[in-house]
Ligand binder design. Sequence first.
Ligand code: BTN
Length: 324
Amino acid sequence: MQENLLEIFYKNEGKYVSSEEITSTLDLNLEELKDEIEELEKEGYVFDFSTNLGYRLKESSPKLLPYEIKRGLETDYFGQEIHYYAEVDSTNNVAKKLAEQGAEEGSMVIAETQSRGRGRRGKKWLSPEGGIWITTILRPHISPADAPKLTLMTGVAVAKTLINEYGLDVGIKWPNDILLGEKKVCGILTEANAKFNLVDYIVVGIGIDANVDTDIFPSELHYRATSLKEELGEEVDRVKLVQNLSKIFEETYEQFKAGNFPDILNDWRKLSKTIGSYVEVRKRMGRIVRGEAVGITKNGTLILELDDKNLRKIVSGECIHLNE
Ligand code: BTN
């Protein structure tokens, strides 16, 4: 019912629609119409009402409501199935359960907030209102060893989306942090599940600090993290951002499935702020490796030139740019 009601307002493009017209189209009485409008107001929609003219939609909801996302979605399958929540523990956890139950490729889990958002390397991921916390279920026919390629692919898709949309100074820090300048604005957490040495599903979690107030970041994050709102000086349209991301993400994934990972990797190299930087990579058990990042292999392994000029390949770790 609510979607049919919204459809009427969108068709009328911000103009007043008389209560009579709405009630007769939707077969409602005036009391029921009032209730429906109140429900939509609770979701964040803003209406004007005039006794003579009826209602008009003044502002759409700022939430990431599936109906709003799907209205302008130009994808074949990414985001065509959306599981939306006001709050979850982690969208990756929910997506894994759905994938176990057979959810289709391209299905997305979106939440306004996460109570236990997870970052890479077991870190906590702060997920307040205003951010974009979204996980996409993929089912590529690849071996688990190739799963990290999808993380790099996702980084390229997010970076391209932010460049297209806002023209900001977007870059990628190995393996998959999206930076604005030198500050992180987005992180990606990919988790794979395999059966008989073949990937059954991969959940790709993307966290974008979109309309997040950076004041709430703990002090150690202040000089390392930012939000789109902070950099642009105004709030972004999160619905539009999710629509564009879904489109570019699907295109890049199709490129991957067609065997064009080398092209994606070339895009990654162009977007990389790590290659050419002097970096420190923190590995497990407190081990640290320092050197100049000189390249990335065809599988996404980072190549460092150490101070003694030896080359060292780094498969995983937390990378810090030292020459900022
Ligand atoms: C990182 O940079 O450490 C990765 C952060 C990934 C955060 C996203 S938010 C959506 C999805 N759900 C999670 O719990 N984590 C990912």
